[in-house]
Design a protein around this ligand. Structure first.
Ligand SMILES: CC(C)(COP(=O)(O)OP(=O)(O)OC[C@H]1O[C@@H](n2cnc3c(N)ncnc32)[C@H](O)[C@@H]1OP(=O)(O)O)[C@@H](O)C(=O)NCCC(=O)NCCS
Length: 139
């Protein structure tokens, strides 16, 4: 992911999420030395992205989105596999993420990839007051 991808990424982000990340948040993700940020491209078109971090032996996935018309084609699975491979190379032993309690598609995805629910942050999301599930996978 580079700055050049941001207009497309911001469009997808804003059309999907109730509380989208700002351009500044993405710029910060790109510029932070621990960042591990990937895009998924079909031809020249950016159809998805994943942002994450690797800090010591922990990797964190902070955002993941696939454009609606390209869902259920295995792109998330591939982005996540690529992220985990690269995180492992950087020394990560575990990968963590937070997911909304009611995000059934994401739960199915993470369950399929053997993430385990390890905790709950009560009313973590201020827009809907939903809980966040904290999930972990050992690499
Ligand atoms: C969740 C999301 C990232 C999944 O992306 P995707 O590219 O469609 O997922 P994949 O095609 O790689 O799916 C892999 C597996 O996950 C599960 N899965 C994914 N989406 C699913 C859905 N809507 N319903 C049920 N299972 C689903 C399935 O087991 C699927 O395997 P299968 O298609 O062989 O049955 C996508 O729906 C999305 O961008 N949602 C909006 C943003 C979001 O919720 N991000 C996650 C924040 S934590």
């Amino acid at each position: 992911m580079t700055r050049a991808d941001l207009p497309c990424i911001l469009g997808m982000e804003q059309s999907e999420f109730l509380t989208p990340w700002s351009e500044e948040s993405f710029r910060h993700a790109i510029e932070t030395p621990n960042g591990l940020n990937l895009i998924c491209q079909r031809g020249d078109e950016v159809i998805g992205f994943l942002t994450g971090l690797v800090v010591l032996d922990e990797a964190w996935i902070t955002n993941l989105l696939i454009a609606r018309e390209h869902r259920r084609c295995g792109f998330s699975r591939r982005l996540l596999a690529c992220f985990m491979d690269r995180a492992r190379v950087r020394g990560a032993l575990h990968v963590f993420l937070e997911v909304r309690q009611k995000n059934e598609a994401a739960h199915q995805l993470y369950n399929k990839l053997d993430f385990q629910k390890i905790g709950v942050r009560r009313q973590y999301y201020s827009d809907t007051r939903e809980d966040a599930w904290v999930m972990r996978k050992t690499l």
